[in-house]
Design a binder for this molecule. Structure first.
Ligand code: IPE
Ligand code: IPE
Ligand code: MG
Length: 250
C-alpha cells in the first residue's frame, strides 16, 4: 500500500504551508555549490505541487525566499532570484494544464522590475484556474506583513474608512497578504530546524506543525503524504478539552 493510499481522504488539510529548507546543506554534502541545491530544490517543488494537486489540496503555500534572505551573498541572491522567476515562467503551461492558480505573497516591490513583470504575467495567465491555489511566499516575512497591515489600517482609520471599534479578526485579515486564503491546518519544515523563521506568524496560531530532518531537495510526494498521515493522527483542540472535541464529533 502506498503512502497515498493510507491517507484518510475525509480528513485532508485544506491548506498546507511549507518552509522549504536545506538546499544549501544538501549541495554542500555533495561538495557542490549552494545554487546546485536550489536547482534540485525546484524538482521537489514540482513533485510536491503535483502531489498536493493529486489528492485535492486546495491551498499550498511555499516559503521560497524570505526578506531576510536578501542579506545572503549577492551571488546566491541573484542566482536564486533568476532561478525562481525563470522556473515560474517556464511552469505556466504545466500550471494551466493542471488547473493550478499561481499567487504570490510578500514584498514584491523589492524584486527587480523585470522579475516583477514576469511574475505578475504568470499570475495573470493562471488567474482563471480553479484547482489548487499555489501561493509562493517571495520576499516574504511575517513581521513585514503585519506591520504593513497596521500601516494600512492606520491610514484607513485616519481617512475615516474604518473606525478602531470595527477592527476585529475578520477585518484585520482583510489587510494581510493572505486575505484570500484560509489559515493553514498543517505547516511542514524540512531540514531538521525547529523554528518558524518569520513565516505566517499570525496565520499559524492553531496550525499543526510537522518537522522532518529530510532536506528539501530529497522531499517528495511520499514525504508529503507521511506528513499528512501524521497530521491525521492529531487531535486539534483549539483550547477546548479532548472530551468536548470528541462529544462534538459524535
Ligand atoms: C532553503 O534552503 C531555500 C532558501 C532559504 C531560499 P537554504 O538555502 O536555506 O539551505 P540551508 O538551510 O542553508 O541548508
Ligand atoms: C527560511 O529558511 C526561509 C525559506 C525557506 C525561504 P532560512 O534558511 O532562511 O531560515 P533560517 O535562517 O535558518 O532561520
Ligand atoms: Mg536554510
Amino acid at each position: 500500500m502506498s503512502e497515498k493510499d493510507k491517507l484518510d481522504i475525509n480528513n485532508l488539510p485544506t491548506h498546507i504551508a511549507i518552509i522549504m529548507d536545506g538546499n544549501g546543506r544538501w549541495a554542500e554534502e555533495k561538495g557542490q555549490d549552494r545554487l546546485f541545491g536550489h536547482l534540485n530544490g525546484v524538482e521537489s517543488v514540482r513533485d510536491i505541487v503535483e502531489g498536493a494537486a493529486e489528492i485535492g489540496i486546495q491551498y499550498l503555500t511555499l516559503y521560497a525566499f524570505s526578506t531576510e534572505n536578501w542579506d545572503r551573498p549577492q551571488e546566491e541572491v541573484t542566482g536564486l532570484m533568476e532561478l525562481l522567476i525563470d522556473t515560474i515562467k517556464k511552469e505556466v503551461p504545466t500550471l494551466n494544464k493542471n488547473n493550478i492558480r499561481l499567487n504570490v505573497i510578500g514584498d514584491t516591490d523589492m524584486l527587480p522590475k523585470g522579475a516583477q513583470n514576469e511574475l505578475f504575467e504568470a499570475i495573470e495567465q493562471t488567474a482563471p484556474n480553479t484547482g489548487l491555489n499555489l501561493i509562493m511566499a517571495l520576499s516574504y516575512s511575517s513581521r513585514w506583513e503585519i506591520i504593513h497591515a497596521a500601516q494600512r489600517i492606520a491610514n484607513d482609520a485616519k481617512n475615516g474608512k474604518i473606525s478602531p471599534e470595527e477592527i476585529n479578526q475578520d477585518r484585520f485579515k482583510e489587510y494581510l497578504t493572505t486575505s484570500r486564503f484560509p489559515d493553514p491546518e498543517l505547516m511542514i519544515r524540512t531540514s531538521g530546524e525547529f523554528r518558524i523563521s518569520n513565516f505566517l506568524l499570525y496565520q499559524l496560531a492553531y496550525t499543526e506543525l510537522y518537522f522532518t530532518p529530510t532536506l528539501w531537495p530529497d522531499f517528495r510526494k511520499e514525504n508529503l503524504y507521511l506528513a499528512i498521515q501524521d497530521y491525521q493522527q492529531r487531535e486539534r483542540r483549539f483550547g477546548k478539552t479532548g472530551k468536548q472535541i470528541n462529544t462534538i464529533k459524535i
